[in-house]
Each structure stands twice: as structure tokens, then as C-alpha cells.
Write a protein that binds this ligand. Structure first.
Ligand SMILES: [Zn+2]
Length: 371
């Protein structure tokens, strides 16, 4: 990082989440390169998974602490080599076995939020999988209270705010999903504000999970789900109409149905899209025909994020760089992505209005400095 950007960036982060007025530095006009610009702009993060955000070195340390066997590797990063989504999920579950104590959860939450703050993420709604940890013998309370410890520490040190999404493992049974929501209801925490759905989609359609979603909705939780990442666009309709989801994670196969695309555009559905991970796992290097590009061109509301940053060797900025270099995103599209992230978040309306107003000013000042 060069000194000029360091000076600019340190003036932006850490930042108080409850700022009342636009900060004085928004009037500065500094020339910045696109990569530096993309790192500096304020960000909402709606699509990152807790275990996917654990740095490889931390995963190795925690697995060793708890005696979890790991495959052979030269460098810790080698752990995160895999051929497909199923190998990825196997590795994901294996590293989760090393996260046991409340302190472990606090550490991994703190570390990922510290990295997020370096990219000027100011607000994140982060997914975690309670049933994955409970299957390893960890109580829901230990898991969630550790995460809250880490969130509190990151807020104090970096000014970043975070809320939690308890995600259903769709490869497990609908009954387990209902029992996950029951556990949430028995252990209420203000930081846990919604449920999601992840793991492999193909062969695991969403409709069986309607009871868990209804129970969560009836008890005031927000709803989202990974859909049409690796399945037809019908899953998006099911998520919106049967499960009651307020936004859609991924959603790329929506481009196969003009009818569903139009409906999503008309209803202002926010899609949380992750360019790097999806190119890696599903769509390869054919970026010219990447569905994210088509979704943007059609006018769908896209909020960019980075999914499982260390596991895909990415971060919040690198995903945006890929979107810029290969998916046609220009300054105005990143501005829209920022605003879509605010719209799609589960913050209250006055807070969203304040963020839209202040962040737009800050974004435009940074954009004016682009060379
Ligand atoms: Zn995801």
C-alpha cells in the first residue's frame, strides 16, 4: 500500500458507525487509482460466511489446539485447495471441528471483521451455521456468545458493526432446520437477526424448509437464502413466495428466465453476488458471459460481496476489482451496489436513510478523486 493511499485510507477507517454528520474528510479531493478507490469506498457486507472467512493460519492453529487431524500441507493456505463445491464443503466442515471454545468463536469473528474494516466495510450481516457447530458438540450459546464477544471487540477497535444470520444447512433435513430455529428462540440474542440457507444447492431444493422459515418469520427474524447459485430460477420464486425471503443470495440462474428477472427488477429484489467465488466454482473464466454481468445489464439490484474470502483467496476489494475488470462495473455501478447493500440490509429505515445520504457524499468525493 502506498503512502498516499495509506493516508487516505486511515482517514476513513476506523469510523464511528453512528456518525451524525458527514465527516470533514469527505471534502478532500485526492487522486486515487481504481483499486485504491474500490478499497476506500464505504461498504455494506451482506454475503460472507463465518467459517469461510477464517484465515488458513488460524484454522491450522485452532485445529491443532483441539487435536483435529488435517490433511498434509506445506503452507497453511494449501488447506484451501479443492476441486469442486463438495471438496470445498468437506474442508469447510473439517476446519469447523477446530472451533470449539467461546474464545475460538470470538477470535474468528474478530479477525474477519478486522480484515473487513481494512476494506472500509462498516456494516456486515454475517452467516454462520449453528447446526455444523452443534454437531461437533458445541452449544448454540457458546457459539453465538463467542461471536458476539468478537463483534463487540471489533466494534471497539475498528468501528465496524455486525449482525448475525443463522444459516440452515440445506443438505440436512428440514426437521433439523426447524430445531435450529427452536434453539434460536430458546436462546434469543439481539445480534442474531435472521436466518439464511446455504451449503450445496443442486439436489437440495428450498421448499422443504418452509416450516423453519415460517417459524423464524413468525418470531420476527429476517429471511434470506442462497438460491439459483447452482439450480434453476424457480428456486428464486420459491424463496420469495413460499419462504418469504427479503433478498436472494447469488441468484445467478435468474438470467435463464426473463419473466423472473422482470419480476425481481420490478419488486426491487436485492441479490448479494460474489464474483470471485462463483467464477471459481461454477462459471469459470468466461467473464464476458458471466450472469452477474447480465444481471447488472438487465437492471437487477446487485450488492457485491466476497462469500468466503480466504478460502477463495479474495477480499471485499478483490471481488469488486473482478467486477470492474471483467463484468462491466463502472463507478456508477459501484455506487449503486453500495446503495443496494444499504437497501437490502436489515437495518431500520432511519438508519438506512442516514447511511444513504452520508455515504453517497463520501462516495462522490472519492469518485471525484479518481485519476
Ligand atoms: Zn455464500
Amino acid at each position: 500500500m502506498n503512502a498516499r493511499f495509506q493516508a487516505l485510507h486511515s482517514s476513513l477507517v476506523p469510523v464511528a458507525f453512528e456518525m451524525a454528520d458527514p465527516p470533514a474528510h469527505t471534502v478532500r479531493r485526492l487522486p486515487v487509482e481504481m483499486n485504491e478507490f474500490l478499497k476506500a469506498i464505504p461498504k455494506v457486507s451482506l454475503h460472507v460466511h463465518l467459517m469461510g472467512s477464517v484465515q488458513a493460519a488460524t484454522a491450522v492453529e485452532l485445529c491443532r489446539k483441539h487435536g483435529v487431524a488435517l490433511p498434509d500441507f506445506d503452507e497453511p493456505e494449501d488447506l484451501y485447495d479443492y476441486a469442486d463445491i463438495y471438496e470445498f464443503l468437506h474442508m469447510y466442515d473439517n476446519t469447523a471441528l477446530g472451533v470449539i471454545d467461546r474464545d475460538d468463536f470470538a477470535r474468528i469473528a474478530y479477525e474477519t471483521l478486522t480484515e473487513a474494516a481494512e476494506h472500509n466495510v462498516r456494516y456486515r450481516e454475517m452467516s454462520f451455521n449453528p447446526t455444523t457447530h452443534m454437531a461437533a458438540g458445541v452449544s448454540y450459546a457458546t457459539c453465538v456468545d463467542g461471536l458476539i464477544d468478537g463483534i463487540d471487540a471489533a466494534r471497539a477497535d475498528h468501528g465496524v458493526e455486525c449482525r448475525l444470520i443463522a444459516a440452515v444447512n440445506r443438505m440436512e433435513s428440514p426437521d433439523l432446520a426447524v430445531s435450529m430455529v427452536d434453539t434460536m428462540l430458546a436462546n434469543p440474542r439481539t445480534e442474531v437477526i435472521g436466518i439464511g440457507m446455504d451449503y450445496a444447492e443442486a439436489g437440495f431444493p428450498p421448499e422443504g424448509f418452509w416450516k423453519a422459515y415460517k417459524l423464524a418469520k413468525d418470531n420476527g427474524y429476517h429471511l434470506t437464502a442462497h438460491q439459483s447459485e447452482d439450480a434453476p430460477p424457480r428456486n428464486i420464486e420459491t424463496a420469495l413466495d413460499l419462504l418469504g425471503c427479503e433478498r436472494v443470495d447469488h441468484g445467478y440462474h435468474v438470467v435463464e428466465s426473463e419473466e423472473i428477472m422482470k419480476r425481481c427488477r420490478d419488486d426491487g429484489v436485492v441479490f448479494t453476488c460474489t464474483p470471485v467465488s462463483t467464477s471459481w466454482v461454477y462459471f469459470g473464466d468466461d467473464h464476458a458471459n458471466h450472469p452477474i454481468k447480465q444481471m447488472r445489464e438487465f437492471g437487477l439490484k446487485i450488492s457485491l460481496d466476497c462469500d468466503d474470502p480466504p478460502m477463495f483467496r479474495t477480499d471485499p476489494t478483490k471481488d469488486m476489482i473482478l467486477a470492474h475488470d471483467h463484468m462491466g462495473f463502472e463507478v456508477e455501478d459501484f455506487r449503486q451496489s453500495m446503495l443496494n447493500g444499504i437497501d437490502g440490509s436489515w437495518l431500520d429505515e432511519p438508519e438506512k436513510r442516514r447511511m444513504r445520504r452520508e455515504w453517497a457524499i463520501e462516495f462522490d468525493a472519492l469518485a471525484n478523486g479518481l485519476t
